[in-house]
Design a protein around this ligand. Structure first.
Ligand SMILES: [Zn+2]
Length: 409
């Protein structure tokens, strides 16, 4: 290892207990995506923790979340505020740091407390996804700020409130950041064995509302137009698209409709998710869905209305992104860690950043597993280990005399 970096990296070990205590404090605040008060409480805490970084702090409200409710109507609900902290916008290299404050656990979910599974394994809501990562990010940045190389790097942190519902409110803030920065570091958890996520699939969430006509099932069955039947036909045709195009999968995941069985149902709602590998897959999906919908809408007395879209573009690894992974690997090797990466069907804010042409690594957070379930855990010693990895990457970037590779698209 370049001996010059050692003191700044060793300082991180002295922060292990603070990182852990703060991760627990953040995880004890419920911040389900729609619990905006909880998300804002996390934001307030993070602003306090970030004070030592001496950046410029902004609290940015985001647009409310729009969704189709059980009556088939579009409803809005407020989201927590985003927090942006910036420093040295004039520095030669600009880096975007991102981590979300929300979790998948709503305020009424039973999973709200921490349990130690063994000395090094902490089970708790959001400890891995992504509150531990927030502490890694801030500690690595603080190590850089304490070092002599800080002047080389300007940075922008975004703590966003809505990643777990696809970043509808903060997508614009990420796109804006992409116009100002050279690369991104995002703090989603890596795999339990330390493997990073490489290429990622794109994703779209859709809701379909089918309306028919109610009628008495006995006396006037012929006057009814059955919304459930139309929806069933739609879903069958939709599901049949699976296997027709490499890399595209469609998951009808929710259906609701009808009521008393002596009434022809006039309303049915379904929700589905699509994953895809290449940007061109989107149009193929939209064209096929449109043609199915055309047939359904052509039926007498039936109307079908599609909501939603592809919120996450696929993350395809550019040459610059490959080299960024190589940098992480070589930094890991200096620190005695084996860093590998592999493609995943999951997606995150790294997709958004990659779609805007910015190379990024999006799993620089803790080693952890079973996320999005009550068994979520993090490996506690990965807090300081991964903070060392990020800090070394930052110092190597700050001292690299040729960064033209970052522009290789
Ligand atoms: Zn996450």
């Amino acid at each position: 290892m370049n001996a010059d970096f050692a003191p700044w990296l060793d300082w991180i070990d002295s922060q292990q207990d603070t990182m852990l205590a703060r991760t627990i404090a953040l995880a004890e605040i419920n911040s389900g995506s729609l619990n905006y008060a909880g998300v804002n409480a996390v934001g307030k805490q993070l602003i306090e923790y970030a004070a030592k970084l001496e950046g410029h702090v902004e609290v940015l409200p985001v647009a409310p979340y729009e969704f189709v409710n059980a009556s088939g109507d579009v409803e809005q609900t407020p989201l927590g505020d985003a927090v942006r902290i910036t420093k040295r916008p004039e520095a030669p290299l600009q880096i975007f740091f991102c981590g979300h404050m929300d979790t998948v656990f709503p305020i009424d979910h039973p999973f709200q407390t921490m349990t130690w599974l063994d000395d090094n394994t902490l089970n708790g809501p959001g400890v891995a996804d992504l509150k531990g990562g927030l502490m890694i990010m801030m500690t690595a940045l603080e190590a850089l700020e304490r070092s002599p190389w800080a002047d080389q790097i300007g940075w922008e942190i975004l703590f966003n409130p809505d990643e777990e519902i696809g970043s509808p409110g903060s997508a614009q803030l990420i796109a804006d950041a992409a116009t100002r920065v050279d690369l991104g570091m995002i703090y989603e958890p890596c795999m339990p064995d330390g493997t990073l996520a490489g290429a990622r699939k794109g994703s779209g969430n859709f809701s379909l509302v089918v309306r028919g006509k109610a009628a008495h099932a006995g006396r006037e069955h012929h006057l009814g137009r059955n919304a459930i039947r139309a929806m069933a036909d739609f879903i069958a045709a939709l599901d049949d698209l699976n296997g027709q195009r490499e890399g595209v999968t469609i998951n009808p995941g929710f259906i609701e409709g009808g009521g008393a069985v002596n009434i022809v149902p006039d309303l049915c709602l379904s929700r589905f998710n699509i994953r895809l590998e290449s940007p061109e897959d989107e149009q193929w999906c939209l064209d096929n869905i449109a043609s199915i919908l055309n047939k359904i809408n052509g039926r007498d007395g039936i109307s079908a209305e599609l909501h939603g879209g592809f919120g996450r573009k696929p993350k395809v690894l550019t040459p610059a992104n490959q080299k960024l992974f190589e940098l992480a690997k070589s930094c890991g090797a200096e620190l005695g860690m084996t860093i590998e990466w592999k493609p995943t069907g999951g997606c995150c804010d790294g997709n958004n950043l990659a779609a805007a042409g910015i190379p990024n690594i999006d799993t620089l957070g803790v080693q952890g597993g079973k996320i999005h379930s009550s068994d979520e855990y993090m490996l506690v010693d990965s807090l300081s280990q991964r903070a060392r990895l990020s800090a070394l990457m930052l110092m190597r970037l700050a001292t690299d005399t040729d960064l033209s590779w970052l522009k290789e698209r």
